[in-house]
Ligand binder design. Structure first.
Ligand code: B12
Ligand code: SF4
Ligand code: SF4
Length: 497
């Protein structure tokens, strides 16, 4: 999709932007804030910034913009761009601006005529916004019964696609903004720069995707069977991999289904949307809570009476004005079992997790050496941690997933530490392709297992496996191997000191 498209004075625009040649003696910078689909169907988010500093500029557009979109050859361009942008597709519909089509070529539309509204710009670097080019989903506004039936359909379609629950929330997250800011200010995000760099877009969905009115929130259980977590955690020679990471990468599993759900909604009611799974500045837990999918436990994760907490969350941001669901009440009550169960004391207070202490952060997000104070506490957890969830009484109700993608692969549900430590980089990459573990790479994988082997006192072959990688090419892995050998009372050789 081409953005920052510039049209100089007297120059003709091309393609879908052809009518912008009407701009008089100014240079325009065209920002496509959302997508061509919107241009075709709603046109609510095309912003044009006037760069030249004129004292008074009047920017005119004629109905050519509409005609351009109706021209079959050009219509393919927005469709292609929409597909590339992972949008549902651009539609050039007959409903677009019938008024405009009745105008003769070259006759500018003035404010209030047809579907194109134009703003006047007075000097400076200002923004012109073209509003309401077409009817689009605004057909639905004010038709509450149709919206309610659409919302019900969305939930049914979501279940058909394998989600366990679907809810709808508005975008008002102002209540969580101060807490999020306090968390950042306290440095709890550690090295996760992505947590602060998007500013308020995380807590303001409409700032991330302009036009967003509702969030369709989904949850999908991920327990895929395999060895019992307690048995693995109780065996120092085994590697504990967080239950969410035993199968196929959940980002892919959820995203493709969310895309299908969004497509299905589009077929019924064309909408502007984006789908998300843990990969963007989105407050997933807070939104799911608003959408009625559960309550926030004292470990900060979302909990449901029907399903415990072993599930993923995903969202569709949409501009459809769907009816919202009510939040459910909290049921932690007097329980606080998750707080003392945390091996590293990461739940610093109810509802507050300091990521820098969390084993999930230390083994997945942290790119550098794991601070020594945490290494003995990590035990045999080599990728993530589930302890705060395993002790939660509500997880008696956790459901096993029906999605085969979450079935454990390569015996990761109960593999031996020594066996995994002997994997070469080639084997790691081959076996972990398509797994969420792939993202941490071979070096962090080896670092984590070295720590676990350091904690595997008395486990046969632990020392020899560590010795075999004493001279690992990675300085970080070498340092962790030496630390681990010291736990077994094997000193560094003189040359390595
Ligand atoms: C960053 C992140 C992490 C970080 C930080 C976790 C955290 N609790 O914040 C780390 C790497 C540690 C992590 C670990 C895990 N994560 Co995570 N994580 C995320 C992510 C990307 C963002 C969460 C977030 O916004 N955190 C920021 C804080 C500020 O949010 P908060 O706790 O909601 O904020 C409140 C408190 O901070 C409090 N507060 C107020 N004042 C103060 C002051 C201080 C000092 C503090 C500390 C707090 C505080 O108020 C805030 C507002 O209500 C989400 C996906 C997403 N995009 O939302 C997944 C997500 C939350 N994670 C998920 C999972 C599965 C996990 C793990 C279970 C993985 C594992 N097995 O290893 C663990 C669980 C650890 C835990 N108990 O939270 C799932 C949770 C699903 C569910 N059922 O809720 C999510 C939703 C991903 C997904 N799409 O499914 N995760
Ligand atoms: S995931 Fe583990 S380390 Fe992180 S808060 Fe829960 S129990 Fe603590
Ligand atoms: S262990 Fe207890 S306090 Fe923690 S989330 Fe579960 S019910 Fe709530």
């Amino acid at each position: 999709m081409q953005t920052d498209f510039q049209i100089g004075s007297g120059k003709k625009g091309v393609g879908a932007f052809r009518p912008f040649h009407e701009a008089d003696a100014v240079t325009l910078e065209v920002f496509l804030q959302t997508c061509f689909k919107k241009l075709a169907c709603m046109g609510e988010s095309i912003k044009i910034k006037v760069i030249y500093d004129y004292s008074r500029i009047f920017v005119r557009f004629d109905q050519g913009i509409c005609r351009t979109l109706h021209f079959s050859g050009v219509a393919k361009a927005p469709q292609k761009a929409a597909a590339e942008g992972r949008l549902s597709g651009a539609e050039v519909s007959d409903q677009i601006d019938r008024q405009a089509r009745r105008q003769g070529t070259g006759q500018p539309l003035s404010h209030g005529q047809g579907g194109i509204f134009i703003e006047q710009v007075h000097g400076g670097s200002r923004t012109v916004i073209i509003n309401r080019m077409s009817l689009g989903h605004d057909f639905l506004s004010g038709r509450q019964d149709e919206l309610a039936s659409l919302a019900a359909n969305i939930k049914t379609w979501g279940l058909e696609l394998g989600f366990d629950e679907v809810g709808i929330a508005d975008t008002n997250l102002r209540d969580v903004e101060p807490g999020f800011q306090a968390w950042l200010d306290a440095g709890c995000h550690g090295q996760m720069d992505y947590m602060y760099k998007h500013g308020l877009k995380r807590t303001r969905p409409e700032a991330l995707v302009p036009g967003t009115r509702r969030v369709v929130s989904v949850r999908m259980s991920y327990l895929g069977g395999g060895e019992s977590p307690a048995a693995v955690l109780g065996d120092a020679g085994k590697a504990y991999v967080s239950r969410y990471a035993l199968g196929r990468d959940y980002h892919k599993v959820l995203r493709s289904r969310l895309q299908r759900l969004a497509d299905r909604i589009s077929a019924e009611a064309p909408h502007g949307y984006r789908v998300f799974v843990d990969s963007a500045p989105v407050m997933e837990v807070a939104l799911a809570e608003k959408a009625g999918l559960g309550w926030r436990g004292k470990h900060t994760l979302l909990l449901s009476r029907q399903a415990g907490s072993f599930f993923f969350l995903g969202e569709i941001y949409t501009d459809l004005p769907l009816p919202v669901d009510a939040a459910v009440s909290a049921h932690c009550g007097d329980c606080s079992a998750c707080i003392p169960a945390c091996p590293t004391g990461a739940i610093v207070a109810p509802y507050k997790v300091d990521a820098r202490r969390c084993i999930s952060y230390l083994t997945i997000e942290l790119k550098e050496a794991i601070p020594e104070e945490f290494r003995p506490l990590i035990g045999n957890r080599i990728y993530g941690c589930d302890d705060c969830q395993l002790v939660c009484p509500w997880n008696r109700f956790a459901r096993h997933s029906t999605v085969s993608d979450f079935t454990p692969r390569h015996g990761l549900d109960g593999a031996g530490l020594v066996e995994l430590f002997l994997w070469s980089k080639v084997i790691f990459e081959e076996r972990m392709t398509g797994s969420p573990i792939y993202r941490i790479g071979y070096e962090r994988w080896s670092r984590n297992i070295a720590v676990a082997l350091g904690n595997a006192i008395g486990v046969p072959m632990a020392v020899s496996a560590l010795e075999a990688r004493r001279n690992d090419p990675s300085p970080m892995v070498r340092e962790h191997v030496l630390w681990a050998l010291r736990q077994h009372h094997i000193p560094r050789p003189a040359a390595a000191v």
